[in-house]
Design a protein around this ligand. Structure first.
Ligand SMILES: Nc1nc2c(ncn2[C@@H]2O[C@H](COP(=O)(O)OP(=O)(O)O)[C@@H](O)[C@H]2O)c(=O)[nH]1
Ligand SMILES: [Mg+2]
Length: 394
């Protein structure tokens, strides 16, 4: 599940590493060039010195250690007195100390150079950052994240990346992904559990587009409650869509749940009201109100939903949509915005979900509560943002 984003990110990694390698190759060849020139310069100067020595008989440079030692030995061969011998010995020692002193700073220089090389930090130019961010934005768009949401994520990343230093090319990729992870974690609001009874009955209204999975999800949630010994009643407030009441009744029969229904075309708010009254009278724990999917052109439906809300004052309004719907979720969610949605359930995540639908849904600050992973009653899982983000980014 959600392999899409991971695959795309690994392509970005290849690009980053490949690009930096190219740059390094250029740097290495530049360094080689400089080395060659220096070597050539040194050779010429050595040649010149030798020529001068040959012409004048004077040494071009200091005698080597061995030569100095032989000179010292020569002095040693015929010492006129012990005093002379001691002086020769002293001279010899001084020469050696001098040599050691000459070697020392060179050694230190090499060490500091090495240290610098190991801890060398890479700082990306604004152009490079823009290039990677552009790639990342495209990846998010391809993963079905809505455009404005992708832009928002990218702008969060831009400022932090500009300030960062990187230890290697892998580190560039790792830090981009880690910043993306952070941005997503911040984006997803913490969920609550609507199945924890805080009053009796707990009234939950399910809204969302046609075919999103409202009725099926209601049945799945009812199953979880029944397994825990809680009681549930269904309100068949989708009086709009053909066969919707029969579909709900079918689930209710399988589960052993009572359905409050009127006829097709009846006032959905009146059905919901009756269901709540019945639950109160019979001490039922939960009332689940099934509603019709709002069509973009049908304003009446939204008015009907608002009426249900006014009449029964539900504890929660849960928006159900397909996780595979991707970026369109944003417009749909906004069109239901007046209803003050308490939580979101994303269905059909078992199908080819790229993850962008969830990211888009989370961008409005409404928590995702569950995800649907199939058509069976147990194919519903509480949403865990950390698990989800890990599945997305690896
Ligand atoms: N694969 C899959 N199918 C689902 C899931 N949830 C619902 N469905 C199917 O989606 C279709 C529409 O569901 P339904 O509950 O009637 O949607 P409603 O119009 O919103 O009430 C049905 O065939 C369901 O079985 C899910 O999580 N995964
Ligand atoms: Mg339905």
């Amino acid at each position: 599940m959600f392999g899409f984003l991971k695959k795309k990110l690994s392509e970005l990694k290849e690009k980053i590493i490949g690009k930096k390698e190219e740059q390094e190759e250029v740097e290495v060849s530049k360094r080689e060039e400089i080395k060659e020139t220096k070597k050539a310069e040194k050779e010429t100067s050595e040649r010149k010195k030798k020529q001068t020595k040959r012409r004048t008989g004077k040494p071009g440079k200091k005698p080597k250690k061995e030569e100095r030692k032989t000179k010292a030995k020569k002095k040693e061969i015929k010492p006129e007195s012990k005093k002379v011998e001691a002086r020769v010995e002293e001279d010899h020692k001084r020469e050696e100390r001098k040599e050691q002193e000459e070697k020392k700073p060179k050694k230190e220089k090499i060490l500091t150079k090495l240290k610098k090389l190991v801890s060398k930090k890479i700082k990306l130019s604004p152009e490079e950052i823009e290039d990677y961010l552009w790639d990342l934005e495209l990846i998010l768009l391809e993963a079905d994240v809505a455009h404005e949401v992708a832009e928002d994520i990218i702008s969060r990343l831009r400022d932090t990346l500009l300030e960062k230093e990187f230890s290697s090319k892998e580190d560039i990729f790792d830090q981009i992904v880690s910043e993306l992870r952070k941005a997503l974690l911040e984006m997803f609001p913490d969920p609550f559990n609507p199945l924890e009874a805080k009053s009796k009955p707990v009234v939950i209204m399910f809204i969302g587009p046609n075919g999103a999975g409202k009725t099926t999800t209601m049945a799945k949630l009812a199953k979880q409650l029944l397994d825990k010994g809680k009681s549930v009643i269904f309100a068949a407030s989708d009086t709009f869509r053909a066969a919707s009441i029969e579909q709900l009744e079918e689930h209710a029969n399988k589960l052993g749940v009572r359905v409050i229904k009127h006829t097709y075309g009846a006032d959905p708010a009146a059905v919901a009201y009756d269901a709540v009254q019945s639950a109160k009278a019979k001490g039922i724990d939960f009332v689940f109100i099934d509603t019709a999917g709002r069509q973009e052109t049908n304003k009446n439906l939204l008015e009907e939903l608002k009426k249900i809300k006014r009449v029964v004052e539900p504890d929660y309004i849960i928006y159900v949509d397909e996780g595979i719907a991707g970026n369109v979720i944003l417009d749909r969610l906004k069109s239901f915005g007046d209803l003050e949605i308490s939580g979101i359930i994303l269905t059909k995540m078992d199908l080819d979900a790229k993850g962008g639908g969830a990211i888009t849904a989370a961008s409005l600050g409404i928590p995702i509560l569950f995800i649907g992973l199939g058509q069976d009653y147990y194919d519903l899982k509480p949403f865990d943002k950390e698990e989800f983000i890990s599945a997305l980014l690896g």
